[in-house]
Design a protein around this ligand. Structure first.
Ligand code: TYM
Length: 329
């Protein structure tokens, strides 16, 4: 099984990324050949700070390695180290139906907030599809917000195969229970780096994590349906199911069903278990940060190996669409 996924380098990874995707990336290393990517081409759709981008890529690599991405088992590379992906993006964009791209909810949401919408933001799903298809991946572990992009990747693969002959497998998603982690301070919104104060970062020390959990919004307000679990409590249960023991989850589920759930007790348990899960990652991250050259080495070795795979796929694609072979420079 060929497994592929990527993350944008926006600084330190947050709890939503970790519980929704990265934990699954780590687990899947036991089930197949994994390729993981730090998507810095994608981040150009929003990043206007070239001076910070290399550091953000490095931070993402640190986080992923600290989370347990094992360079002995998996490839970890930087997207722009394999520029072949941009050529595949162009070729795929020439058979990607505009109608499909127009449906993308993430584009609609993001573009609403911008004064000037760049074309890269619109064609972003084609670059993402190219990442996946360049390596002929079969399984893609992602959070819920990326499922629509994956669906459209399957459409592009199917369309390319129909036009030019069987080339790409149609990749399937792999999701966790925590496929959509909400902001603790506003559980109606997704936990995200771009929403101020909404994210717990993997680099946060215990006191910061505990403060976030302590301040978590619990009740949805007086108009909420009393029969239904409030979004804040539901989100805390999602996290509890990911980071606590089944006994702890069972204890609080029972308390909830019996109408005697004590928020403080729930928050204390969740805070304790989150710190226990994240503290080893933070400490490993610090150790790795002391050896930047080792991190660079890992990224370069993967890029070197993967470039051969990318070139082979591209040669096949060029041939199929009639572009043929590039003369040697
Ligand atoms: P990105 O960088 O926004 O997020 C990385 C991964 O984290 C998941 N995620 C979440 N999961 C649960 N709850 C949340 N609050 C939450 N926030 C983020 C995302 O679903 C994702 O799996 N376009 C992609 C990067 C990408 C990619 C790819 C992914 C580029 N090429 C090829 C898969 C395959 C993105 O921006 O993810």
């Amino acid at each position: 099984m060929k497994i592929y996924s990527a993350i944008q380098p926006t600084g330190s990874i947050h709890l939503g990324n970790y519980a929704g995707a990265i934990m699954n990336w780590v687990k899947l290393q036991e089930e197949g050949r994994c390729i993981y990517c730090i998507a810095n081409y994608h981040s150009l759709t929003a990043n206007r700070e070239p001076q910070h981008l290399p550091q953000r890529v490095f931070e993402a690599a640190l986080d992923l390695l600290a989370c347990g991405i094992d360079p002995e088992k998996s490839e970890l590379y930087v997207q722009s180290h394999i520029p072949e992906v941009t050529e595949l993006t162009w070729i795929l964009s020439c058979c990607a139906p505009m109608g499909e791209l127009n449906r993308m909810t993430q584009f609609k949401e993001k573009s609403q907030r911008l004064e000037v919408v760049n074309a890269g933001l619109f064609t972003y799903p084609i670059l993402m599809a190219s990442d996946i298809l360049l390596f002929k991946a079969e399984v893609v572990p992602v959070g819920e917000d990326q499922l629509q992009h994956l669906e459209v990747t399957r459409v592009f693969a199917r369309r390319f195969n129909a036009l030019f002959g069987e080339t790409f497998p149609e990749p399937k998603p792999s999701v966790t229970k925590a496929t959509r982690v909400m902001a603790l301070n506003d559980p109606t919104r997704k936990m995200s780096k771009s929403v101020e104060g909404s994210a717990i970062m993997l680099s946060d020390p215990p006191e910061v994590i505990l403060r976030h959990v302590k301040r978590a919004v619990t009740d949805a307000g007086p108009s909420a349906d009393p029969q239904q679990m409030s979004p804040g409590i539901a989100n805390m249960f999602t996290l509890l199911e990911t980071f606590s023991t089944p006994e702890t989850v069972g204890y609080f589920r029972e308390a909830y069903a019996g109408g005697n759930l004590r928020y403080k007790e729930l928050k204390d348990a969740l805070g304790r278990d989150l710190v226990a899960a994240l503290e080893p990652i933070r400490l490993r991250r610090q150790e790795l940060a002391a050896h930047p050259e080792r991190v660079e080495e890992i990224l370069h070795a993967s890029a070197h190996r993967l470039r051969q795979v990318a070139k082979a796929t591209l040669a096949e694609v060029r041939e199929k669409v009639g572009l043929g072979v590039t003369p040697e420079a």
